[in-house]
Ligand binder design. Structure first.
Ligand code: CUA
Length: 203
């Protein structure tokens, strides 16, 4: 009997004079917890906006699987990975095939003029490798059996080193190469300056 009497008493006290407090208690969020929840929401919004901005303004791309390939056949005649190299498709437009193997890249040096757009195709003949080209947004995994494809432009002359960034065995740290982006104007200027200088010596 006494229990039955206490229960209604409690209900009365909550729904009565302290109705507002009862509602607040049901949704009780500590002040600091609330602050952190708001901070977390703001951070999520910042991340979302960052991804959106980077995808449209800096050419954010996810290197997808361009095609599948049998690692056993990549050395066969006709395979672009048998003697992988850089090819000029049109002025300023290149495609570069890269083969990764323990523990080197073929080719490990690529030369292109500044302002070129290069589409990279990369695959591995053995284990999982990766390639990260410094000072660009290129960072992709190179998996045996798959060809990864990504396109980027090199507008600034200079040397862009690239490294394998997936641990692939004891000599992983020796897997690197470089892309030399040549300044076409500097080359012309050099030739022009060398011309009269040389003829001066001859005379
Ligand atoms: Cu290849 Cu690490």
């Amino acid at each position: 009997m006494s229990e039955h009497q206490e229960t209604p008493n409690l209900e009365v006290s909550h729904s009565g004079s302290e109705a507002g407090v009862a509602t607040a208690e049901m949704l009780h969020v500590d002040r600091y917890e609330g602050i952190w929840m708001r901070i977390s929401l703001v951070v999520l919004v910042i991340f979302f906006v960052t991804v959106l901005v980077s995808s449209f303004s800096t050419g954010f791309q996810v290197p997808g699987v361009y095609q599948r390939i049998d690692p056993a056949t990549i050395h066969n005649e006709g395979s672009p990975f048998a003697n992988p190299e850089v090819r000029e498709l049109a002025p300023g437009k290149y495609e570069a095939y890269i083969r990764a193997q323990i523990w080197s890249f073929t080719p490990n040096e690529i030369r292109i003029p500044a302002g070129s757009t290069v589409t990279f195709y990369a695959t591995s003949q053995d284990v999982q490798h990766g390639v990260k080209i410094a000072n660009t947004n290129i960072n992709m995994m190179i998996l045996p059996g798959q060809v990864a494809k990504i396109t980027t432009s090199f507008n600034k002359p200079g040397t862009y080193n690239f490294v394998c960034h997936e641990y692939c065995g004891s000599q992983h740290h020796t897997m690197y190469g470089r892309i030399i982006v040549e300044d076409p104007n500097a080359l012309e200027a050099e030739t022009a300056a060398a011309g009269p200088l040389l003829s001066g010596f001859v005379h």
